[in-house]
Design a protein around this ligand. Sequence first.
Ligand SMILES: NC(=O)c1ccc[n+]([C@@H]2O[C@H](COP(=O)([O-])OP(=O)(O)OC[C@H]3O[C@@H](n4cnc5c(N)ncnc54)[C@H](OP(=O)(O)O)[C@@H]3O)[C@@H](O)[C@H]2O)c1
Length: 102
Amino acid sequence: MGEAEKVVCVTGASGFIASWLVNLLLQRGYTVNATVRDPYDGKKTEHLVALEGAKERLRLFKAELLDEGSFDPVVEGCVGVFHTASPCYYAVKDPQVILLLN
Ligand SMILES: NC(=O)c1ccc[n+]([C@@H]2O[C@H](COP(=O)([O-])OP(=O)(O)OC[C@H]3O[C@@H](n4cnc5c(N)ncnc54)[C@H](OP(=O)(O)O)[C@@H]3O)[C@@H](O)[C@H]2O)c1
């Protein structure tokens, strides 16, 4: 099976780590099943659909961690799953403050 035929799933695809994963996987020729909570929210998906190879090999799916079974059709047939979807809460608004805390 060539890389182009291999399908991988990335959950929480709009997120920081997942976006880099999607980029790398597309660069390496994989087809990526990417989950977001709202595929129609352009603010969260436009950077993904703009990636090289996305037009041909990126598929966006709606999936929510609290909805049992919503990831089932997305992972079906995948050779691997990168599960990064997770709620991340920040108590501060200014990203500079987060950097200082770390
Ligand atoms: N960033 C780091 O430096 C770092 C370091 C070590 C470990 N981690 C871990 O890696 C994971 C991802 O981190 P990140 O920084 O990439 O986080 P992030 O940017 O907040 O991405 C997480 C993604 O999860 C999705 N999500 C949130 N709640 C969800 C729900 N209820 N159902 C489905 N999807 C949901 C969100 O996407 P939508 O709202 O678009 O669906 C969001 O884009 C986390 O577990 C984090 O603790 C991160």
